[in-house]
Structures are given as C-alpha cells and as structure tokens.
Ligand binder design. Structure first.
Ligand code: PLP
Length: 397
C-alpha cells in the first residue's frame, strides 16, 4: 500500500536488487511529502522558536505549536499534555526522574513486565539505586505470549505500573485499558510505552485513562530526534522539570528561577523545532491514509506472513499470530546474524539480536532472535521474497 510514495524503494538497489525493508519496528521509511518538508522549512521558515520578536520566528513557533496540537489530537489529548522529547527512551526517562522520583519511597514497588524494552527497565534500575524501591516483573505465558498473573501481582499494590502496549519482540498487545481499570482500584499510576502501538493502532488516552504514554516519531514515518510524552495535565503541572535552561522559565534571578507551566518547563534549551515541524507531515500523511485502513492492511499482511513463516522447515516463532506483523523467530541452530547476513545479500533488511529486551531473551532461553516487522508499505511480494530466502537458508543446514 502506498509504496510509491517512499522514494527509498525506487532509489536503493544494493547488490542490484530492490530493497525489501522488514525492520520497521526499529525505524520506518519516510514518504516524499515528509522528506520535502525538511527543505520547505529550512528554505522558508528557519528561525529559533519562542525567542524572536520578528515574523520569521513567530511563523516557526506557530508551526511548532501546530504540531503539538496535531500530536495531541492524534491520541485524543490536550495540547498542554504533550511534551516533545528526543524519543520514547527520553520520554520514559523524563517520567522516571521527575514524576516517579518525587513519589517513590523505599518501601514501594514498581511493576514492569518481562516483555519490556530496555528503555522501560534501565531508568527504573538507575532510580532504584538512589531510592531503593522494589521492581517486580509480570511473567509471560509461554503458550500464548500474553502477560500472566497480572491480578496476583496487583495484590502487592505497586505504586507505579509501567508497561509496553505492543511488544517489539512478541507482537503481543497488552490490554492496557483493563490494567488501568485495575490500577485505579489500588491507586497505582500507569505509564504506557506506546513505541510500537502508535504506528499501528488508534490511541485514545482519554479512553485508556493511563497517566503517561510515550512514543517516537521515527517509528511512524517521521524524523529521528522527536519523541512524544503524553502526561495527564494535573500530573505534568505538579512535576518538576528535568533539565534547566533556555525558554523553560518565566524568570531567573541569582538565587532562584520560576518555571513556565507544562509542557514548556520540560523543553529546555533550543528544542528540536525543525524535526518536530517535519513530524507534523507524518501525522498528516498517516491521517490521510487512515489509521483504521493501516491497521486492517497490516493485519491481513501479518496473517499472510505468519502462514508463510510456519511453513519454513525448523522455524520456531516466539510469539502468537498477531495483527501487527511483528514476528521473532529462530531457524534450526542457525545464528540470527547469519540469517540476517544471508538475507542482506538479497537486499532484504531484517533485525537480528536481542532487540533491546535481554530479560525477555533470558526468559525465552535464547541469546538472540531474528525479527521481521512490517509497515503498511510492505506487500505480499516482500513476504514471498523473504519466505523463499528463509526456506533456502533452512535447506542449507
Ligand atoms: N519501547 C519499545 C517497545 C520499542 O520497540 C522501542 C524501540 O524499538 C523503544 C521503546 C525505544 O524507542 P526509541 O529508540 O525511539 O527511544
């Protein structure tokens, strides 16, 4: 769907072969309209935002704030509930070092799951060293790869629950709405890592009722260097800033500073206004195609991929058939790096490694896996190509 809008598929011909890009959970390709926006901005509107009392700076500021509004609308939030960061990782770190740090005590528990990305594990461990709270992990059911025994872990009354919406390894979608409902009964806060969800499903933070939600522009056709942190207005208002400097203040004197309101107090220094403005075009593009259409198309393609993968001799898929086209697998005892290298010779790009989820790898008793992840510019032809190549690799061993 819409492959012609993405110039990389016309331009890139390594080994004389067309590119088959199947590493979309890592980052997505960009349509021409997004690429063109870089030139349009720098050729016509470049000026630092908030600072200039002149037309050019005001135009840039209004474009930047326009993207905040668009991002808010994209997930059914209010504009002042959107903080721009560098990526999902920075968004999660910001919540941990400001919000979590201000409420956690030594006796508290933070509940994560074994399918978390390192971005939702490491910051907690760093803060744990300072405060000394406990970190507990929700198990994974090895039959259907869903979260297991959530209810019994909620009985220990965690203060914060921080979970991925869709796993970047297993393709599992967690029932965040249900978990938030249960969390409310024990007064726990819920943080959602939506890095893989935002490109795939319509997110509605009001309906989810989560406290924070994070995602990255580069995983949804946008530029690198732009992350989104959604936080409930009343929580953002109470949180201290993480970084100081630039335009995040109302006033500064020798002994103290007065901060602006959220979200501005969290955006210190010169913000990444150019990339953020370009990200606005990615949202426009996704909205034009339609998130429902994108979800349905990927679901069909995901099932087609699954049916093809299960036919490969010696394959083991770590995850259930899913709607998002995310499948991690091993084939016989072939090293995932060998699989990726073999596919690269066909100009087929997949991911091989621990997928920044080492606790999950340990739980699955593997050190690394190969992963295919789809986006809506992929086609059945791409899947036929990778399936054929994977069968050839399997036959070699
Ligand atoms: N969380 C999940 C589930 C991810 O898949 C990723 C990236 O793959 C991240 C967090 C981190 O995203 P970023 O590298 O954009 O910060």
């Amino acid at each position: 769907m819409n492959k012609k809008d993405f110039p990389i598929f016309k331009n890139t011909k390594f080994y004389g072969k067309n590119l088959v890009y199947l590493d979309n959970a890592a980052t997505t390709q960009k349509p021409q309209i997004v690429i063109d926006e870089f030139s349009r901005f720098y050729e016509n509107f470049n000026a630092n935002v908030y600072r200039g009392i002149y037309r050019l700076s005001e135009e840039a500021t209004s474009m930047y704030e326009g993207v905040r509004e668009k991002s808010a609308k994209f997930i059914n939030a209010k504009s002042n509930e959107i903080v721009f960061t560098r990526n999902t990782t920075e968004s999660l770190n910001l919540v941990v070092y400001t919000f979590a740090k201000s409420i956690l005590k030594k006796t508290d528990t933070v509940l994560l799951s074994l399918m978390e990305h390192h971005s939702n594990i490491v910051p907690w461990q760093i803060l744990q060293k300072e405060i000394g709270f406990s970190i507990k992990y929700i198990d994974i059911n090895k039959e259907n790869f869903s979260l297991e025994n959530v209810d019994s872990l909620l009985e220990i009354k965690p203060k914060i629950i921080s979970l991925t919406y869709i796993s970047n390894v297993l393709g599992t979608r967690n029932d965040i709405k249900d978990i938030v409902k249960k969390a409310r009964k024990i007064n726990a806060f819920v943080i959602v890592d939506a890095a893989q969800a935002a490109p795939h499903i319509q997110i509605d933070v009001k309906s989810l009722d989560c406290d924070f939600l994070t995602f990255s522009a580069h995983k949804m056709l946008g530029p690198t260097g732009v992350g989104i942190l959604y936080g409930k207005e009343e929580l953002l208002d109470k949180m201290p800033p993480l970084l100081g400097g630039g335009e995040m203040i109302i006033s500064v004197d020798k002994n103290k500073s007065v901060y602006k309101n959220a979200p501005f107090k969290f955006e210190a220094g010169t913000v990444n206004f150019a990339d953020t403005i370009v990200f606005g075009k990615s949202i426009d593009y996704i909205n034009k195609v339609g998130m429902n259409k994108i979800s349905l198309y990927i679901k069909e393609l995901s099932f087609y991929l699954y049916e093809n993968l299960v036919k490969i001799n010696g394959i083991k898929i770590y995850g259930a058939k899913n709607d998002f086209g995310i499948y991690s697998f091993s084939i016989k005892n072939i090293h995932p790096h060998d699989i990726a290298t073999f596919l690269d010779e066909e100009n087929i790009a997949i991911r091989a490694g621990h997928h920044c989820a080492q606790p999950l790898m340990k739980e699955l008793s593997v050190y690394a896996l190969s992963r295919i992840s789809l986006y809506f510019y992929n086609t059945q032809e791409d899947i036929d190509k990778v399936s054929l190549s994977l069968s050839k690799i399997s036959d070699l061993f």
